[in-house]
Design a protein around this ligand. Structure first.
Ligand SMILES: Nc1ncnc2c1ncn2[C@@H]1O[C@H](COP(=O)(O)OP(=O)(O)OP(=O)(O)O)[C@@H](O)[C@H]1O
Ligand SMILES: [Mg+2]
Length: 224
């Protein structure tokens, strides 16, 4: 039997209450094997971002159970889930969300600073990952001077620098042209394979999901 990275059992998530209550996720059950690379597809509003937020322990389900690498994340306190995220999860969002006042190298170093890695280790890991993604020339540049695709590749480096077990990407190529999107996807592929990451990527983009062997499809908060 394969190792299970995530076990999602009868998970629901609601927003609002009373008559305006909206079911964002409706009794979802599935497993993700360790090392799997999944595309999460479905129309706008189908619950993709909501599901990623639950899997990344950013939000909690209203009912059901989520086990991630053996830890029951729906029972954790805020503090425990923040600590769990720092060590186990990497996020890439639609917009890069880099800190404009920090250099590229400083942005990429942030997750390692949060887990209190040693300064020498931070320096060498940042240099290695920037070289891997052909970004070393931007090391001392500030994000506003980079193109959208370059910024998104920096965001990829930042999402995996601490070698999380799970990489969650929410429409990482939505704002990019084909060439920049391909470079970002190549960067994700390279690091996901190098670090044997389990990955889930939400997308509307056929350029993205045709590269991934497995698809998970949501419709109105249900898996189809
Ligand atoms: N914070 C919130 N408060 C209220 N409703 C929310 C909130 N977040 C999401 N929703 C609702 O939950 C449903 C699922 O939203 P979600 O963002 O997960 O969809 P999505 O599949 O990511 O869509 P998109 O492709 O547009 O990003 C939608 O109807 C949305 O309006
Ligand atoms: Mg979304």
């Amino acid at each position: 039997m394969k190792n299970v990275a995530a076990n999602i059992e009868q998970v629901s998530r609601f927003y609002g209450s009373g008559k305006s209550r909206l079911t964002a996720l409706d009794n979802i059950t599935f497993k993700i094997n360790a090392g799997a690379q999944l595309a999460l597809i479905g129309p706008s509003g189908s619950g993709k971002t909501t599901l990623l937020s639950l899997l990344g322990a950013l939000e909690r389900p209203d009912s059901g159970k989520i086990t991630l690498f053996g830890a029951n994340i729906d029972k954790m306190s805020e503090r425990e889930s923040a600590d769990f995220r720092r060590h186990n999860v990497g996020f890439i969002f639609q917009d890069d969300a880099l800190m404009p006042e920090l250099t590229v190298a400083e942005n990429v170093a942030l997750p390692l600073i949060l887990v209190k890695s040693a300064a020498t280790e931070i320096k060498s890991r940042v240099a290695t990952i920037l070289a891997d993604l052909d970004l070393q020339k931007f090391s001392q540049a500030f994000p506003p001077s980079l193109s959208g695709g370059e910024k998104q590749r920096v965001a990829v480096a930042r999402a995996v620098i601490h070698q999380p077990k799970l990489l969650l990407a929410d429409e990482p190529t939505a704002n990019l042209d084909s060439r920049a999107a391909a470079l970002v996807l190549n960067a994700i592929d390279k690091l996901a394979n190098a670090y044997s990451l389990t990955m889930i990527m939400a997308t509307h983009d056929p350029r993205v999901y045709k590269r991934l062997s497995k698809k998970l499809e949501l419709r109105d908060g249900k898996l189809v």
